[in-house]
Design a protein around this ligand. Sequence first.
Ligand SMILES: [Zn+2]
Length: 260
Amino acid sequence: MPAGRRVFHVPVVICAVLCACGGSSGSAVPAGPSAPAKHLLVVTYTAGFRHSSIPVAEATIQSIGRSSGLFDTSFCRTADDVRAILTVDGLRALDGVFFANTTGDLGIPDMRAFLDWIAAGHGFVGAHSAADTYHESDDYLAMLGGEFDTHGAIVAADIRVDDSSDPSVAYLAPRFTITDELYRFTRNSRANVHVLLSMDHVPADGVGVAGAPADLLMAWRRDYGSGRVFYTALGHREEVWQDPRFQKHLLGALTWALGR
Ligand SMILES: [Zn+2]
């Protein structure tokens, strides 16, 4: 992405609580007699900017899978992993993928095949810079439903819940406040996605006129063929991944995306 875009990446202290993710794949506690665990691949390879929150993100997602019994977790962390796993053969054993702060062109060998795999009935969840990924792929961005444009300083955001019936955000209704880096997108995709979270006024982060009326989407879901795509713009800071409210948001996202 253009170097001028990301100007406010404030380093934050990595909290040690959830940073114990190692190199091996995790296996979840069985979900119970009626619900075998789904298989989730967490992709954290970055070809552009790399968020310091990635280790915390990996550990958080794995922990959500274990505590819920919903899914087990494997990881895709390097360019070699991408070439080996994000293929027709590599995806065969998976139920969903989670792009956790990926950036840039990841080197997926066959993008059309990857997108077709989602559309065939699998799940895709993207957090934060999943929208700062594959700017050159219209097909990827169309699947995701948004493209990162810019952001300002990290500030507290007043976020509105657009769908208080969706379990991924219902407990946050009608509004909540969270401190994070707040993405803006190149276009408003409200017509193409089911909006879950948005800001109805410009936050005081230096992008635009603070307090001015706006319609800034922050989380959404959409059907993609027979597949399910969920995106949340939150997830820049370690502290967000460690926030129980964000973890509940992700559990709701994954429960839906994995078809439960
Ligand atoms: Zn960020």
